[in-house]
Every structure is written in structure tokens, then in C-alpha cells.
Design a protein around this ligand. Sequence first.
Ligand code: HEM
Length: 88
Amino acid sequence: APYMRVPPSLLREKTGRRGKDAWMALGGKVYNITPYATFHPGGVPELMRGAGRDGTELFGEVHPWVNHETMLAACLVGLLVVEPEAGS
Ligand code: HEM
């Protein structure tokens, strides 16, 4: 497969806390938002509300007109796995 498949457990680890990278799922795609964070017009803390989780709803509530696929193309990590995780 061309893209890494990201299970929700891995996404949850990537919160940007303790110097770690921050990842966010948007529309089924997982992005490393770390390099983008300081450019976010709404500020870093606001952006980080969606870190380590699926930010699709938050994102859509605030700015549904923003094209994250284009803006974050270089930050794409992979696809969020929707099936139950192995072993669960
Ligand atoms: C503003 C991008 C995630 C909250 C903006 C704007 C862009 C942007 C381009 C300016 C929009 C405009 O002026 O028309 C992104 C991207 C995100 C992201 C690429 C994902 C990586 C979030 C999240 C939140 C958020 C998760 C959390 C609630 C805001 C707010 C503003 C804003 C409040 C308004 C700033 C203002 O006009 O004062 N964002 N955003 N964003 N964003 Fe985000």
C-alpha cells in the first residue's frame, strides 16, 4: 500500500506534548501538523485542540472552506485505520 495505515492508538500518542510530534486526522487522512503549527492563523493552542485525535468535526465547525488536503499535502502521514485494531 502506498500509504501508512495509522491505527487510532498511534494517533492518540501524537499530541505534541512533551516535545512529541502532533498528528491530526482530517477526513480519514492523518497529518503531522508539527511543521504547520506556527503558521496556523487561529494560533497554536486552537490548532492543538485537534491534536492526537480526529479533528474533522472541529475543523468543519470553524472553517469548512479551508482546503486541508492541499495545504497539508506535504504533511501527510497516512490513512486512519477504521477497522477494529488487531488484538482488540
Ligand atoms: C483559522 C487552517 C485546524 C481553529 C484558520 C485559517 C486557516 C486554517 C487557513 C484561516 C481561515 C480564514 O481566514 O479564512 C487550519 C488547518 C488545520 C486547522 C490547515 C488543520 C491542520 C484547526 C482546528 C481548530 C482551528 C483543529 C480548532 C478549533 C481555527 C480558528 C481560526 C482558524 C479559531 C480563526 C482565526 C481567526 O480568524 O481569528 N485555520 N486550521 N483550526 N482556525 Fe484553523
